[in-house]
Design a protein. Structure first.
Length: 169
């Protein structure tokens, strides 16, 4: 598995991965997540142009996963980490998160943050196994994380329990 920076040519594939990964939410009764549009090419390009978009490429050159994020309040915020279901359960997501952690260290950031669903097994419970802890929504959220959560709520993601998480670096 090769991890590398995303290129402009990769971006449509990232959308395809997002659509495929969304489908696994349908059996959980989360049809709105399954039907949600993937990030736009412009959104993905913003992360890529900033140097904050990475992909995992299989031995045959197929992009099978990606991670995008950006610095938020002294931490690297993982906006999205998605693995194509056909390549799941092989440590690819973990490898991308570790890659983001190394990048965050080079930026002298103090941690990784993300937001996720609490009751989806491959969301909050998975991130806890990777060393993330749930943040208290009243005491631990920075202004940037509060803004991210507000945008998510506006997008309708709060129909299911969500949390902010952090891993110290």
């Amino acid at each position: 598995m090769l991890l590398r920076s995303a290129t402009p040519a990769d971006l449509p594939r990232l959308q395809d991965i997002e659509v495929a990964a969304g489908a696994v939410f349908r059996p959980l009764g989360m049809d709105a997540i399954a039907d949600d549009e993937p990030p736009t090419l412009a959104e993905l390009e913003r992360y890529r142009a900033a140097g904050h978009a990475w992909v995992a490429e299989s031995a045959d050159g197929t992009v099978v996963a990606y991670l995008v994020g950006e610095p938020v309040d002294g931490a690297f915020h993982i906006e999205q980490v998605t693995v194509d279901p056909a390549a799941a359960r092989r440590g690819i997501g973990r490898a991308l998160i570790e890659h983001a952690a190394e990048h965050a260290r080079t930026l002298r950031l103090t941690g990784l943050t993300l937001t996720t669903f609490t009751e989806v097994p491959w969301n909050a419970p998975y991130y806890e196994r990777l060393g993330f802890r749930r943040l208290d929504p009243d005491a631990d959220l920075t202004p940037g994380l509060r803004a991210i959560r507000a945008a998510e709520a506006e997008h309708g993601l709060d129909r299911w329990p969500r949390t902010c998480m952090r891993r110290e670096l």
